[in-house]
Write a protein that binds this ligand. Structure first.
Ligand code: AMP
Ligand code: MN
Ligand code: MN
Length: 331
């Protein structure tokens, strides 16, 4: 499929991504928005997305994003609504009503947990590093501006952890290379949107690492930041982005679990693995989703109870892996 076929003849287009947008979510939605603005000036396009963390201000037209639903938005998008980087409809919750009113709906995504069945057109490529990579393939290369390239490059950088996660392929690198050829400032994009941390972000990262606990023979690491701690440092979930990655990097660890509190007895859970634990399966069993090596879900109860809830499926996966690797050594 090409985007051109999808949007041919439409007058109104709505775009959204998932709640708590990350780099790939903002990169793909804003990349698509800029591409349509650049190449289809006759289309009335609106991008609906929650506010992202700081650090993305270099992206063109970021100030045009609608962060909160206005009454007139509910019926504004009549023709086509495109959802990017989102595997289930419950994750577009703030803007679900706009989606309901659109005649045609499309989804562009790369989550394994996306069954590819909720929209009319589903462009879901689980093997792709990022939604930005999937989107790139739908665009006409010769009509990609520097502004669009900055957005797509950002998404690829974020979802590959700067080109190092197992989802990074030769094709990912080739696309990133083509985007670089458009003259983007890739050093600044990587530093400012990915690595840069404010003082309090560093402090809370330190706190999460300090209080982390190893279990399962050092193969699992767990940490949790509760609401009083977040209040003390005056941070929100957006400030906790790098914590799970640092936990995952711990020597000997296969899987990292990080929780932060989002309400009374409510937590956002992130899972990351290195080589063999399938995080998506664990997250999906808890009503969430994601990818093999990175997944998440929202959970209710006390932090310890939540970890206990997933420990059975974790230990099952560990045992299976130990069994198959032992069988392997007998050969
Ligand atoms: P996170 O730990 O929030 O960075 O999420 C890791 C990956 O899992 C991302 O690709 C998310 O889009 C996905 N993910 C996280 N939470 C959920 C959820 N509740 N439902 C579906 N996918 C999720
Ligand atoms: Mn995402
Ligand atoms: Mn993504």
């Amino acid at each position: 499929m090409k985007l051109d076929e999808l949007i041919n003849g439409i007058q109104t287009l709505g775009i959204t991504g998932h709640v708590r947008p990350d780099g790939d979510c903002i990169g793909s939605t804003l990349g698509l928005y800029n591409y349509v603005k650049d190449n289809y000036p006759e289309i009335d396009v609106t991008l609906y997305l929650e506010e992202a963390k700081d650090g993305f201000s270099y992206m063109s037209r970021i100030d045009e994003i609608v962060h909160e639903m206005r009454e007139e938005d509910k019926t504004a998008v009549k023709d086509l609504f495109i959802i990017c980087d989102c595997s289930t409809l419950d994750r577009i919750e703030p803007f679900a009503e706009v989606y309901e009113h659109a005649k045609k709906r499309a989804c562009i995504d790369h989550h394994v947990s996306n069954l590819g069945d909720f929209a009319d057109v589903n462009e879901v490529k689980p093997e792709a590093s990022s939604t930005c990579e999937v989107l790139y393939e739908l665009l006409d290369e010769s009509r990609i501006s520097k502004a669009v390239a900055e957005c797509l490059y950002t998404g690829i950088v974020h979802d590959t952890g700067v080109f190092k996660y197992s989802s990074t392929s030769g094709r990912t690198m080739a696309i990133a290379g083509k985007l670089m050829d458009l003259g983007i400032d890739f050093n600044d994009i990587i530093d400012n949107s990915f690595y840069k941390k404010s003082y309090v972000q560093n402090q809370i990262l330190g706190r999460a690492l300090l209080e982390s606990v190893l279990f399962y023979d050092g193969k699992c690491i767990f940490s949790c930041i509760d609401e009083p701690t977040m209040k003390f440092y005056n941070v929100t979930g957006k400030d906790l982005g790098g914590v799970i990655e640092q936990l995952r990097l711990t020597d000997g660890v296969e899987v990292a679990i990080f929780l932060y509190q989002t309400g009374a007895d409510e937590f956002k859970v992130s899972l990351r693995s290195k080589k063999y634990i399938d995080c998506a399966t664990i997250a999906m069993a808890q009503g969430g989703g994601g990818h093999k090596r990175a997944a998440g879900f929202t959970a209710y109860g006390k932090a310890v109870e939540i970890v206990n809830r997933i420990s059975d499926s974790l230990s099952l996966q560990f045992k299976e892996y130990e069994k198959t690797s032992k069988e392997g050594t007998l050969d």
